[in-house]
Structure formats: structure tokens, C-alpha cells
Write a protein that binds this ligand. Structure first.
Ligand SMILES: O=C(O)c1ccccc1N[C@@H]1O[C@H](COP(=O)(O)O)[C@@H](O)[C@H]1O
Length: 214
């Protein structure tokens, strides 16, 4: 099985972002949603983007943001990929002319195949837990059995992942990528590099074990 790509979300300073990349993260998420304890401003985002080494993707996370705000941010911080984590329509997501992923909060009646068709030009479909009133970053997991096989877009698994459940997640879901925030923190918004290292190690080991078993 492919080793899943790993995104660590909610970095707030250059030093921790670079340390996270050195631990093996493929992508670093920057949150542009004011109510989040992980929210950063354009200046901090620009310094993190500029500080990342080659081949580490910078991802900007937005929740139903005004288009002007997103454009303004992109002028200041040249993000590689946009993550839309609210109720954004496909038309909204496309208007920036940048690669994007669409996040969906999964409920028992969510038709993910239909969603993948609607957002057909997304670079991946990110699935997260549905927690009423909170758009994400909750640390809550959802029932992975709700995920259909054979989605026509790369599946990015998120929601309540942490170093102790990521092995099961990789083996059960076989996602293209993993995205984690709360599960690698010591307190809300405060990343714990030991947990980041443990998460990356456990995810890669799980995928390697699956390959060896075949
Ligand atoms: O991280 C946040 O604060 C956040 C705020 C608003 C929307 C999404 C947010 N984060 C994303 O939520 C999922 C799950 O996070 P967790 O690991 O359960 O804490 C993940 O995709 C984050 O990128």
C-alpha cells in the first residue's frame, strides 16, 4: 500500500513548522479562521511559507471566508493549496484558480460519491467528523465505516486522529492522506513535537506492515 501523505494542521510559528517538516510531514496547514485557537495572520503565514523547505506543501484552511479575504491573503502568502472547510460551493472553491481540497463533515446520510462528483476538480476530498456548531479541529473521530470504497477522488482522512489510533485508521481506511491537528497537541493550539513524531512514525509503520503482509 502507498505510504499515506501526512498533513499536520494548525502551525502558528516558523520554528515549529520547520521542525514538523523535518520530522517528515508532507504538508503544513495554516488556519485562517478567527474563532480557532490556531488562527494565524497574513504576516505569520508569509513567514512560515517562506521558511518551509522544498517539497513541503503549505495549505491554507478557510471556513466560508469572504473571497476578498482569501485573495488578499494569497497576495501576501503564496500558499500551495487551499482547504475549504465550510459550506463553500464548487464555484466558490474554483474562483481563486488555485488547487484546492474540499472538506466534508460526514453524517450517516452524507453521499460522498455525489460530493466527489460535485467537486470533481478538487485535488482531494477531506473527511472530518460532524460536530454541530463547530466546523473542525474538534479532536472528534467519526465512524469510518461510513466511508465508501472507490471514491473517485483521493481521500484525506481527518477527525480525531492521534498517535494511538492512526495505525488502525491506515489499515482500515487506506486513505491517500491523513490530516491531524488536536491529536498532536499538548493543549489547544500548542503543537507537541514528540506527538507529531509518534504520529508520523505510527502511520508509516502501519502502511509498511500492510505492504509486507501481502
Ligand atoms: O484546526 C482548526 O482549528 C480548524 C478550525 C476550523 C475548521 C477546521 C479546523 N481544522 C481541521 O479539522 C480537521 C480535524 O481536526 P482534528 O485533528 O480533529 O483536531 C483537520 O482537517 C484540521 O485541518
Amino acid at each position: 500500500m502507498m505510504i499515506p501523505r501526512i498533513k499536520i494542521c494548525g502551525l502558528r510559528d516558523v520554528e515549529t513548522a520547520v521542525a514538523t517538516a523535518r520530522l517528515g510531514a508532507d504538508a503544513i496547514g495554516l488556519v485562517f479562521y478567527a474563532p480557532s485557537p490556531r488562527c494565524v495572520d497574513a504576516g505569520v503565514a508569509a513567514s512560515i511559507v517562506a521558511g518551509l523547505p522544498a517539497f513541503v506543501t503549505s495549505v491554507g484552511l478557510f471556513v466560508d471566508a469572504a473571497p476578498g479575504y482569501v485573495r488578499d491573503l494569497l497576495r501576501q502568502a503564496p500558499l500551495d493549496l487551499l482547504q475549504f472547510h465550510g459550506d463553500e460551493s464548487p464555484e466558490y472553491c474554483r474562483q481563486f484558480g488555485r488547487p484546492y481540497i474540499k472538506a466534508l463533515r460526514v453524517k450517516p446520510d452524507t453521499d460522498l460519491v455525489e460530493c466527489a462528483k460535485r467537486y470533481h476538480d478538487a485535488r482531494g476530498l477531506l473527511v472530518d467528523a460532524y460536530v454541530p456548531g463547530v466546523p473542525g479541529g474538534t479532536g472528534e473521530a467519526f465512524d469510518w465505516a461510513l466511508l465508501p470504497a472507490g471514491l473517485p477522488l483521493p481521500l484525506i482522512l481527518s477527525g480525531g486522529l492521534h498517535p494511538d489510533n492512526v495505525e488502525l485508521a491506515v489499515k482500515q481506511v487506506r486513505p491517500w492522506a491523513l490530516d491531524v491537528s488536536s491529536g498532536v497537541e499538548r493543549s489547544k493550539g500548542e503543537k507537541d513535537l514528540a506527538k507529531v513524531a509518534a504520529f508520523i512514525r505510527a502511520a508509516r509503520l502501519a502502511a509498511t506492515e500492510m505492504t509486507d503482509e501481502r
